[in-house]
Design a protein around this ligand. Structure first.
Ligand code: BDR
Ligand code: CA
Length: 307
């Protein structure tokens, strides 16, 4: 049985990731942390609480970072709606978030359950970077870590090179890629854009179910630039790959985030150079960096059927 902490910025596709995990018999969500990103963190927190109520999920929800480590806050209401759930967030939540922050919660839970918890991070990585400051042994304390973010060999979705989650806090993402997590998987746009579910998939959802309602707004946004309706399942695909790593194939490498590029800030880069580390030209990315797996293909048909 896999026990998971989810760090998220709900967010329409974040909501679908929670629905997906909730439906897995062998998976348990033990805590949720929220972060700025799609919407301000107060809204993300209210949405996380609303989702736990809808899903009948009795787990702590901790409010996390309100802004990135080193740049001003920017949110994405154009993609997710003013309320982050496509205009369907609904009433105020009845439950409340915990007193501790999402970073403290992540550090505490990892310490209390060494080697037992996995992390699914589907928003900007600010909380995870802060948790590393609180508990430097976090990489050894967590089991698997799956991060949704990055555009390695495909265009970005927020600038031409950067994907939204990494772009929203590049410094935090780079700290996470350098931290030494033992089992780190990155699920980026290279596979999630390919996972596009067509309109017929949306049409097959029960008429008035909550996912169908919130997906309408998101589908319209994506249709405005993809030219086709449907659902791009970024966060739920990352959730599915955490539960079932064999859904994807991977490029294994060392990764970093471009922090100073004039046009490329927030882009993930891999150490693809073939020269030996001891050649006069060295490597592009320091060899002491964490090795991670970046998803390059995914069984999207199988995944969509399950979703
Ligand atoms: C990521 O950015 C957000 O809009 C989504 O929730 C997802 O986590 C995709 O780039
Ligand atoms: Ca997200």
């Amino acid at each position: 049985r896999m026990r998971i902490i989810v760090d998220a910025d709900p967010g329409i596709d974040d909501a679908l990731a929670l629905y997906y995990l909730r439906a897995q018999p062998e998976t348990e969500i033990v805590a949720i942390g929220t972060v700025h990103g799609n919407v301000p963190v107060q809204q993300a927190t209210a949405n996380a609480l609303r989702l736990t109520e809808r899903l009948n999920l009795d787990v702590p929800v901790a409010m996390g970072a309100a802004k990135p480590l080193a740049q001003p806050l920017k949110t994405a209401e154009d993609v997710h709606g003013q309320d982050g759930l496509g205009g369907h967030a609904g009433d105020e939540p009845k439950t409340a978030h915990t007193k501790e922050s999402a970073a403290e919660q992540l550090a505490d839970k990892a310490r209390e359950n060494p080697g037992e918890l996995s992390l699914l991070a589907i928003g900007p990585l600010t909380n995870v970077a802060l948790a590393l400051q609180i508990e430097p042994r976090l990489p050894q304390l967590l089991d698997k870590v799956v991060v949704m973010g990055g555009a390695l060999n495909v265009p970005g979705n927020i600038t031409s090179h950067a994907e939204a989650n990494f772009w929203h806090d590049p410094e935090a993402a780079d700290l996470v890629l350098a931290a030494g997590f033992e089992d780190l998987t990155i699920v980026g746009l290279d596979v999630t854009m390919e996972g596009h579910a067509p309109q017929e998939w949306l049409d097959a959802l029960p008429d008035d179910c909550f996912p169908r309602r919130i997906l309408g707004f998101y589908a319209d946004f994506y249709a405005s630039f993809l030219g086709k309706k449907g659902f791009v399942p970024h966060d739920p695909l990352a959730a599915a790959i955490l539960c079932e790593p064999a859904l994807a194939t991977y490029h294994e490498d060392r990764f970093a985030i471009e922090l100073t590029g004039r046009y490329t800030r927030g882009k993930i880069v891999a150490d693809q150079r073939f020269l030996a580390a001891d050649s006069p030209f060295g490597r592009d990315i320091a060899t002491e960096r964490t090795r991670a797996k970046y998803a390059v293909t995914a069984d999207n048909a199988g995944f969509l059927a399950r979703l």
